[in-house]
Write a protein that binds this ligand. Sequence first.
Ligand code: FAD
Length: 379
Amino acid sequence: MEVDLALVGFGGAAALTLIELAKAAVPDLRVATVDPAGLLDHGKRRTWAFWTGAVDDLDPVLDAQWPAVDLHGPSGVRRLDLSPGRYAMVRSEPIFAQALQAADRLGSVTIRASAAALVDDGSSVEIRDESGTAVAAARWVLDSRPARPVKPGHTFWLQHFRGWWVRSEAALFDPASAVLMDFRTPQPARGVSFGYVLPTSAHTALIEYTEFSPARLSDDAYDTALTAYMRLWNLNDLAIEEVEDGAIPMTDGVFERRPSARVVRIGTAGGATRPSTGYTFSAMRRQAREIAELIRTGRDPVPSAAYPRRHLWMDAVALHAWDSGLVAAPEFFERLFQRNPAERVLRFLDGRTTPAEEFSLMASTPLLPMMRAAARVTV
Ligand SMILES: Cc1cc2nc3c(=O)[nH]c(=O)nc-3n(C[C@H](O)[C@H](O)[C@H](O)COP(=O)(O)OP(=O)(O)OC[C@H]3O[C@@H](n4cnc5c(N)ncnc54)[C@H](O)[C@@H]3O)c2cc1C
């Protein structure tokens, strides 16, 4: 089978790209997807939280949204007003449902296979499965299979977490506000931990225990940490309806965005994960829109980097400062939010600030230790 575009790996990045391609309505575009799990989100189910403006295409399918969020830092709780924006949450199910409709509209072919090799001859790419059989050939491949950095960085941490979807008989939660980062959790010897609470109604919430640190914990350790965190809120004996686990790379290692002429990496594999936070969703959406626009206008589907180089350098410095113990992450985040409008910090984390704004952000962090970390980091 020959197509114009093959999406190899069908997770978040590919689903968002397919949705944008269907919106762009490029005539006669031949598309295929290659994933052992097909187009369904079974096994890939997750919740995506992100900040957005007053209006968003995803408004009809948002699970929850909060105009303000709380940060529990070392010196107490601080409410961050995000207006006119908001922090929002969408579950993967409606995104994958939209992607299925998009696949129908595009007449996309679903190939259930595990891609083992992408053989690029410069004008087309042969996609081979694990037995070496060619399952498709494509003029372009957008590859989102998990990949490791090609160039190691100074720090390789994970954002790893466990969340419980809980339900209470009594109205315990305030759906108008969420807890974004709560550093009252016991801090690990290396790394940082925090909890968060994302209510979707007065009776339901997603409560998570998260660490930024070198390695995942055991199942028992996550459960113990989450139970202890819920105790801080006097939340005991709630019904746990679902469990969400995850691990996202946090590294200044370099992800190869274009491993060969006609293979372009997207999603986490293509560097869409922000190294200092693990946030990925907004960058994946941005790149999906850009890819669709490039194809619509007859150009090569090679999106720009998810984040400016100077942001990646700042993230490398921050990660190194935390990892080497030069700066404690709870103080770092508290100072950022204390000394800058929340909206600016969030725009920075999305990769959308100007150099002047970044100067103010840098100036609000503990300068001397950050300068020592910067001296040790080169990108
Ligand atoms: C539980 C969880 C929650 C998250 N929450 C947030 C959040 O709130 N906000 C945020 O910004 N980011 C979040 N992230 C980070 C990021 O948004 C997600 O990881 C997102 O799904 C990344 O999309 P992706 O397409 O890069 O990777 P994935 O969604 O992981 O997709 C990769 C795909 O590749 C397929 N694949 C693997 N091997 C092969 C192969 N050999 N051949 C073909 N296909 C293959 C897999 O089946 C999968 O479908 C979260 C991550 C996790 C794990």
